[in-house]
Write a protein that binds this ligand. Structure first.
Ligand code: HPA
Length: 274
């Protein structure tokens, strides 16, 4: 476990502030293949993760390691193109470090996106799913260790991990834009293996609708820090055992590529309403 101190968070934030005068209101974390949003930032300042003090480095293909500060539809934002995963070897507190830094920069709302496997058999690859809640099955928690009460409470409430108000807003915008939006529970696992068919049956029994290898630690830290969260999954494939075909990262990237326009149109319209 790495203890992430206030000093480390402040150093990272000060470095970013030295590159951009923008005070972001909304933080965005973009999952595999969903980085296209970054191209729509007005007057972006790009900062490589490797240049930010204490930031981990992203190692996965399809996840560029770049922080962008600027505005989207007139709203000041900070955007992570590519995130950190526990399967890369980082502890949960490190995968969520950028969320702490976002809070320090002034962020009060977080939009998290990811690619996920569809567990719910009424879903289809290419669907977008509003995350109503999550099940943390990583066996890890980013808040393990001493609690700094200046950062948040020892025992944070998770009864609205994904803000009902923001979900209602997303649903309203989606229906106005005629973008179909599923809604369901995201199950977060460690990875990096995709699940077995038996594990998917178990996750469905437990109430999961989609499964992925990210997001839960970021959302836990966001809630600890008092940040409101909106989450959207792109169902990039049906989960293991549903279709008679193997899963691949290639399929995940192909699907996220295909939904690019729909995803973009939805998120760009949601941002000013958040
Ligand atoms: N399982 C876990 N993570 C994923 C999947 C999946 O099927 N698809 C995209 N990320």
């Amino acid at each position: 476990m790495t203890i992430l101190t206030q000093d480390m968070i402040k150093e990272a934030a000060q470095y970013i502030q030295s590159k951009s005068p923008v005070t972001p209101q909304i933080g965005l974390i973009l999952g595999s293949g969903l980085g296209v949003l970054a191209e729509h930032i007005e007057e972006p300042i790009s900062i490589a993760y490797q240049d930010i003090p204490h930031f981990p480095q992203s190692t996965v293909e399809g996840h560029a390691g770049e922080l962008l500060v600027g505005s989207l539809q007139g709203v000041p934002v900070v955007l992570m193109k590519g995130r950190f995963h526990m399967y890369e070897g980082y502890g949960p507190e490190l995968t969520a470090f950028p969320v702490r830094v976002m809070k320090e920069l002034g962020v009060s709302k977080l939009l998290v996106t990811n690619a996920a496997g569809g567990i719910n058999t009424s879903f289809a690859p290419g669907d977008l799913m509003l995350i109503s809640d999550h099940i943390n099955l990583t066996g890890k928690n980013p808040l393990i260790g001493p609690n700094d009460s200046e950062m948040g409470p020892r025992f944070p409430d998770m009864s609205q991990a994904y803000s009902r108000k923001l979900r209602d807003t997303a649903k309203k915008v989606a229906s106005e834009k005629n973008v179909p939006l599923q809604e369901g529970v995201y199950v977060g696992l460690l990875g990096p293996t995709y699940e077995t068919p038996a594990e998917i049956v178990m996750l469905r029994t437990l109430g999961g609708d989609a499964v992925g290898m990210s997001t839960v630690s970021e959302v836990i830290v966001a809630r600890h820090a008092g940040i409101e969260v909106l989450g959207i999954s792109c169902i990039s494939n049906m989960a293991s055992g549903i279709l008679d075909q193997p899963l691949s990262h290639h399929e995940v990237m192909e699907t996220t590529d295909r939904v690019r326009e729909k995803f973009l149109s939805l998120v760009l319209s949601i941002i000013p309403e958040m």
